[in-house]
Design a protein around this ligand. Sequence first.
Ligand code: GTP
Ligand code: MG
Length: 541
Amino acid sequence: MDEAKSFSSALQSAQDIHIDVSGAENSGKEMIMKHFLNINPDSDKSSYSMKKLLKIENEQYNIRLTTSTGQESLMGVSDVRYRNAQGCVFVYSIGSRESFELFHTIKESILRIKDTDHFPFLIIGFGNVSMERNVSTAEGQRVADRANCKFQEIMRTKDIEPALLNFVKETISFSALREKDNEEEENKASEQFIGVIGDVFSGKTSFIKLATSGKPQLDYKETKACSPAQWKFTYNNESHVVALVDTPGVVQAYPRELFGKVQALVMIYSVSSRQSFEQLGILRERVLSAKGVSKLPTVLIATKSDLPENMWQVTEQEGKALAEKMGCCTFEQVSLLTECPTIESTVSQLLQEVKRCHTSSMEAFTSLDRSGVLNKTSKSLKKFRPKTYIIKDGVMYVTDGTISSKSPKLPLMEDTSVEMLPTDPTKNAFPFEVCNIAGKMFLSATCDEDRSSWVETIISNIALSNVLSSLLDDVAKVMLWEIITSPDLHAEPEVDPATLSKDKKKISKVQRSKTEGQVPSSPTHGEEKKSFRSTLKKGSF
Ligand SMILES: Nc1nc2c(ncn2[C@@H]2O[C@H](COP(=O)(O)OP(=O)(O)OP(=O)(O)O)[C@@H](O)[C@H]2O)c(=O)[nH]1
Ligand SMILES: [Mg+2]
């Protein structure tokens, strides 16, 4: 009873290793499985999925062997087996060339289903000395070499156990490696890029080395090119994966390819170099222009604070003032010659700022709709008629409070322009004009702030319309390409003769559109854009 209990708890904690045993009927695969699993070879145990608990290097493994059920012709049965498998033992009979030649088909199926080029295989040529041989040992070895896998001929049952055990170990290491690779890929995908910029000799590389290795770097080697270094750390129970991008001190332009990914900056100067302090503005501008943005979350770090006071060329106050001027989220004076416990908190503050900026830009994005009272007027500012203006789904409506089918409207499309007109404080008029091919609106807000905020919303809607148009162009191109390359277009339609003429019409309509370069029966650009907008607002992307 106790034994059963401890077996079941070992089973629960054991890691599953799933090995498929493939091969033709009567190739010997069932015998191999039964022997490995200590099942009486004469038993008619017809389970095609059997388990064995094994301890390998102090770890418990639940080895699960599966094999064909004889139902492989049923679509998907072997697909499921192969999908779950972490390794495959292919067994052929040395007396049957047909069973040997099956390897290629099985290997191709597994690699296709697993969507990989590398998978652990073991080829076993099974037989006995009295068997008439149809496949030579050399042939078996050759196929295994070509498939880059192990090969073994088994003529005595006592060779089964060690051969399979070795393969189980190989499968375990392969799975562990693959898991590590996957983890690294996932880390890469979630990596946040942080550019580390500053003058020559200011301490950029030292900062990165100290963060990533925990050890100060005392020697100096000039950095010649930009390169990222991955750094994983945990702060306040939150794990982060960042790529700290080291940069040379002398740089004319930061590479767009790398800096396109940079979401934040660590700006570094040395307290003993006035030049390194004054250089930062220029370097920061170069990053912003490489990225095409006007600001980036930034922290300011002053290095070499361990140097004697008479060597300082930049005071703490000056550092603080620069951090404030540049909108940095934090400023620190540090020495990178010893452990620097604040690095993690500094970078994590920076990442918080990245998150905050992202959220607020998403909020701005979703607040594209608005409503409020504006005065309807003319360019000469003669009459003022207050109306409720509503911007909804990229259209600006003139209403009496609610949108109706009769509300005059102006779609805020790509061709729309918005212009602020000269203010007239005597009339409390802050006018602006919105104009496109569909019409023109002269409007006036009652204060400058209100006007700016309306103009900003309108500009955001126009910008979004631009983005959606180019997205939809791409979608339309893909749809068109799919239609053109669809095999259905070239195949004979399998239809009932009664409906044939109707279907032919449909097909010829598609073909006509193909030649005319149109996408058939798709919704209009406007409708598509509207649904894109609502998808974006729901945050489904
Ligand atoms: N005393 C002192 N020396 C430092 C400190 N930080 C860096 N150094 C030293 O300053 C020198 C330059 O540091 P690096 O980190 O290589 O400077 P860098 O900005 O990467 O230089 P470039 O790659 O040439 O642009 C090295 O000899 C470091 O050991 C610090 O906080 N205090
Ligand atoms: Mg360097």
